[in-house]
Write a protein that binds this ligand. Structure first.
Ligand code: PLP
Length: 353
């Protein structure tokens, strides 16, 4: 690849990943996403910290899943796989579909029927995946995909696949590089819990034990197994990417939270959507609703006095792009206004908010 702009996480960090095939990576030049300071939002939320947003929506298919998928598909290619499969709430599906297309593999994605944001489904279909909608939850889909891949020779590319963690841990490396060291806190949404596992692994490989950041996981109140300490039979939330009742990497996520003196907190949908709108309208950073759950959890914990982040550096991971879920955007903002093609109605509309 020419060395213009982003090179992809295997080109940069492949020597630190426990995967095969790094000499022939399947890449879309993922990673290298910006850290965006968010001082207005920090002030408005009363955080008192230096708040920085890791905008993972700027990855090639619009979510952090691309970091893990370049690694998983590169490994699958090295293993000679011809077909890959995943269960997904949407972003894994779009990412797997894109990287599989690039590798010349077939891709089968299993999604919960009717619960996938439009932009994600559009991606998966556009990249040519076989999309199967299961009449059940993500958790049902993952159970089926685990069974299907055990015996069939089809490669599983969910975050149960260790290569996914190897790829996703690179975001922790990038944060330390950009800040000149680790932050004090890392906030992120937690669904199937692969990402919190990956960040924790990345930080432990990058910095000494005394410097490790505290991890703060945000879950939606209607899908908060880690907060409740038990699986949730029928998870439900507007934050569809974290609509998961029984996380595959539950144990690892708990280890990250305990090991970092961190915490996991639940946020109602209204709280998630409030922070989702504030991110866009105070900072110009448009993420999908799920992505706001980490910051919403932080704001909630600070507001009720459970923690203080005054004077600290806090990195919030915004996991996916806002355009992934156009329905959520349209439903949670002011409607457009139509006017006759004359000056007066235009000026009138312009002066009303
Ligand atoms: C996958 C995803 C999550 C949840 O990540 P896990 O690794 O499943 O915990 C959160 N937000 C977005 C946008 C996602 O795509």
């Amino acid at each position: 690849m020419p060395e213009l702009g982003r090179r992809g996480v295997i080109a940069r960090y492949g020597h630190r990943m426990a995967i095969d095939g790094i000499e022939a990576p399947v890449t879309l030049c993922e990673g290298g996403t910006p850290l965006i300071p968010a001082p207005r939002l920090a002030r408005e939320l009363g955080l008192g910290c230096e708040l920085v947003l890791k905008y993972e929506g700027l990855n090639p298919t619009g979510s952090f899943k691309d970091r893990g998928m370049t690694a998983a598909i590169t490994q699958a290619a090295a293993d000679g796989a011809r077909v890959v499969m995943c269960a997904s709430t949407g972003n894994t599906a779009a990412s797997a579909a894109a990287y599989a297309a690039r590798a010349g593999m077939r891709c089968v994605v299993v999604v919960p029927d009717g619960k996938v944001a439009l932009g994600k489904l559009a991606g998966a279909v556009a990249y040519g995946a076989r999309v199967v909608a299961v009449k059940g939850s993500f958790d049902d889909g993952l159970r089926l995909v685990r069974e299907a891949t055990e015996t069939s020779g089809i490669a599983l590319v969910n975050s149960l696949n260790p290569a996914r963690i190897e790829g996703q841990k690179t975001a922790a490396f990038e944060i330390c590089e950009a800040l000149g060291g680790p932050p004090d806190w890392l906030c992120l949404p937690v669904g199937n819990a692969g990402n919190i596992t990956a960040y924790w692994k990345g930080f432990r490989e990058e910095v000494s034990a005394g410097e490790l950041p505290r991890m703060l996981g945000g879950q939606a109140a209607g899908a908060a197994p880690l907060v409740l300490g038990r699986p949730v039979e029928r998870p439900d939330t507007v934050a569809t990417a974290i609509r998961i009742g029984n996380p595959a990497r539950w144990t690892e996520a708990q280890a990250a939270i305990d090991g970092s003196s961190g915490l996991v907190a639940a946020v109602e949908d209204a709280g998630i959507l409030r922070v989702y709108r504030m991110l866009a309208q105070l900072e110009g950073v448009f993420c999908e609703p799920s992505s706001a759950a980490g910051l919403a959890a932080l704001a909630g914990e600070v507001a009720r006095g459970a923690i203080s982040v005054t004077g600290r550096t806090v990195v919030c991971v915004l996991t996916g792009h806002g355009l992934k879920d156009p329905d959520a955007a349209m439903a949670s903002a002011r409607p457009c206004v139509a006017v006759e093609p004359r000056l007066e109605p235009l000026l009138e509309a312009a002066s009303n908010g």
